[in-house]
Ligand binder design. Sequence first.
Ligand code: IPM
Ligand code: MG
Length: 366
Amino acid sequence: MEKNIAVIRGDGIGPEIANEAIGVLDRVAELYGHKWNYTDADMGGCAIDKYGDPLPQSELDKCLASDSVLLGAVGGNKWNSMPGDKRPEKGLLRLREGMGVYSNNRPAKIWPQLASASPLNADIVSRGIDFIIVRELIGGIYFGSHTTNEVDGEKVAVDELRYSESEIERIGRIGFETALKRGKKLCSVEKSNVLDSSRLWKATMHRLAEEYPEVELTDMLVDNCAMQIVKNPAQFDVVVTENMFGDILSDEASMITGSIGMIPSSSLGDGTCGLYEPIHGSAPDIAGMDIANPIGTILSAAMMLRFSFDLADEADAIESAVGAVLDKGYRTADIMPADENEQKKCQKVGCREMGNLIKENLTKGR
Ligand code: IPM
Ligand code: MG
């Protein structure tokens, strides 16, 4: 198979983690006889520095022309004082919108090898953590108008949160379809006790539920969900929610699995061209130090193979290689166990070495 992959290395630790994911993709190509053609695209702070724009049209066009996009991370303190529409993050939002990737899939799954790195007590962890957050990605408050005006002698800021029925329906369907392929349980998360957009969300989910009788639909208010994720995460199979709630809950969900550095994501629209990125940020404080965890990005590359290129064996091989490396006790700093005795059983490695170990442990048909 031959595919064109646009690569956005981005800012902070983005370039180092993306390089390791590319190394792993190349190893997969070698083993399975595929060919990946990479095109570099600039987005985020580095694009602001180069072009004065976080996502110039030329760079978006490279992504739209590709079979899928692999992204490291964007953002950093250096650009924090830029106006809202010129910040690195705005490049990411425009990319998601430009690609039409409305469905963001963020798995929260505990690797048994990392159970002791979870901040939850062992009793809760032992009941299992394996759920997916399906986050609406190109609507809601992120994409409403943002204004700050002077009113009666003081500044007043307004962010608009709007959802149409059709926007809710298309992400709702992804939620139901995802649940059908898993444990057939879907939890719709909203704030319908306060927000109109959430009342429409809830009503739309219930209308859709009639088409999916095999799926058990439950509703949960977002504040309660935040609590339930730490109290009893085993209750969740698939969670479907709007953009901002999904942003917040997916960080929380990642933390209980040990480290945000482990969590990949896929973002898809109606076609097969997807955007694949770890859910963590650009961590400028550790950039260039070769200590970042590349696993979230490497697992994002595996998701690209699985969901955009339909290469399930290759994706399984990457996930097994990650498991094998963890089994052998290799850990980046963020996933080192806190307990001293546990630490002795592990070996701390840097970003590059972690990437190399995963490549070495990659075998065909594992
Ligand atoms: C994420 C990030 C982004 C978001 C930021 C960088 C704009 O936090 O992917 O979760 O809020 O969507
Ligand atoms: Mg986030």
